[in-house]
Design a protein around this ligand. Structure first.
Ligand code: COA
Length: 393
């Protein structure tokens, strides 16, 4: 029996309604804007409308896949997030319902900070390996939000990426070798009673870099490819400069001089979207992959390394090989439109959005229609979020 290749058959993204240039944040904070533009490598961040959440972003990304491929064979939806809307019920169930996915389906939410999306992808591959007739919908969806006037505020953002994992994929074959690293560390976490994370930013940068080393060593020990074989390197990008630090660390470790030109040429195409979207936690790595695919010359048959890091912490180094003709299946125009149609807002508008809160006592609220995506949060009734399909994508 020939074992089929397994990987990403389709991939689509979504982001939110508004965009705030970090010059607006600098105007408020009095910080030199180049700290954000150059020091962090971030130019802007998506700010969601009040009627957008991780479910509406996830459904918006996944609907594009369902429109192209239908729902047949989808028996699993894995939704990775670290900004969940419920302590118990999976956000994947709302997406399953909004998209009309079969009831004969397992719908589950996965959590391990920003790493959850990569873990969902690997678990999906396992399901397809067991039954190649099945297809798994993997979604990474997050809204990154830090305390007002904290260092992390410049690294906020929001996005969702949906992927259809199947046998004989049109876009990218997931390679089997993966390097893993888990370490119990308090660099970033969000206790149940908080809406924003507690974060030791400097510790998280060091922990990420250490995890890169360990994950790479494990990958090598398991017979992975050499650095020189990869045509691209996608890192989790909490802010763009973090990917630059990570890649510099990897090159140093391999005895390759990490010149500015080398690091830039290895990473630049992966950073174009995240630079203006900001951090999207679980989705960030895959937004980076989309940015690479949408901005590269032909990568047919070539391997790309992906490094996922989720604070707390878990890291995984894995790789994909681009399928022949993958470019025909991309959604470059749609991805760019999702970014460019965001409405620029001032710091004051951002702040007013941050101050809005949903009721926490079960009282009903109906939200004004604000977002421009095909799904919206209509309101809250009896402690439940009520979603609405507004229009086709
Ligand atoms: N022009 C150019 N660069 C400037 C600058 C200016 N005017 N002012 C500062 N910088 C640079 C700093 O030198 C630094 O660069 P370096 O790290 O290469 O040395 C960078 O801008 C950030 O400055 P710093 O003073 O370290 O920022 P900060 O104390 O506000 O913290 C984070 C930055 C990333 C720690 C903070 O945004 C954070 O906590 N983010 C959330 C957590 C996170 O994303 N962790 C990443 C791993 S998951």
């Amino acid at each position: 029996m020939t074992v089929p290749t397994i990987g990403i058959h389709d991939i689509a993204m979504a982001t939110g309604r508004y965009v705030m240039d970090l010059a607006e944040l600098a105007r408020h904070s009095g910080v030199d804007v180049n700290k954000y533009y150059i020091g962090l490598g971030q130019v802007a961040q998506t700010v969601p409308a009040f009627d957008e959440d991780i479910v509406t972003l996830a459904a918006t990304a996944a609907q594009q896949i369902v429109a192209r491929h239908g729902v047949d064979g989808i028996r699993t939806v894995l939704l990775a997030t670290e900004t969940g809307i419920d302590q118990s019920k999976s956000a994947a169930i709302y997406v399953q319902d909004l998209l009309g996915l079969p009831a004969a389906c397992r719908a589950v939410e996965l959590k391990q900070a920003c790493y959850g999306g990569a873990s969902a992808l690997q678990l999906a591959a396992g399901i397809v390996a067991r039954d190649p007739e099945q297809r798994v919908l993997v979604i990474a969806s997050d809204i990154a939000k830090y305390d007002i006037d904290s260092g992390g505020e410049a690294t906020q953002g929001a996005a969702a990426v949906a992927m259809l994992v199947s046998a004989d994929p049109d876009i990218a074959v997931l390679e089997e070798t993966a390097g893993l690293y888990t370490a119990n560390i308090q660099d970033f976490w969000r206790p149940n009673y908080r809406s924003t994370p507690l974060v030791d930013g400097k510790l998280s940068i060091g922990a990420y870099l250490e995890a890169v080393e360990h994950a790479w060593k494990d990958y090598e020990a398991r017979g992975g490819r050499g650095v020189g074989e990869f045509a691209g390197f996608c890192y989790h990008q909490p802010f763009i400069k973090m990917a630059y630090k990570a890649h510099t660390r990897l090159l140093e470790m391999k005895g390759i001089e990490p010149t500015t030109a080398r690091v830039h040429s290895d990473l630049a195409p992966t950073t174009i979207y995240n630079r203006v979207i900001g951090n999207s936690y679980t989705a960030s790595l895959f937004v980076g992959l989309l940015s690479l695919l949408d901005h590269s010359d032909d990568l047919d048959g070539r391997p790309v390394a992906l490094l996922s890091y989720g604070s707390g912490s878990v890291a995984e180094l894995f790789s994909v090989t681009l399928a022949p003709g993958y470019r025909r299946h991309l959604r470059t125009a749609e991805n760019q439109a999702a970014i460019s149609r965001r409405e620029p807002i001032s710091y004051e508008k951002y702040r007013s959005l941050r101050e809005l809160t949903l009721p926490e006592d079960g009282s009903e609220v109906v939200l004004a229609a604000e977002g421009h995506n095909p799904f919206r949060l209509r309101g809250i009734a009896e402690h439940s979020r009520i979603y609405q399909a507004v229009h086709a994508y």
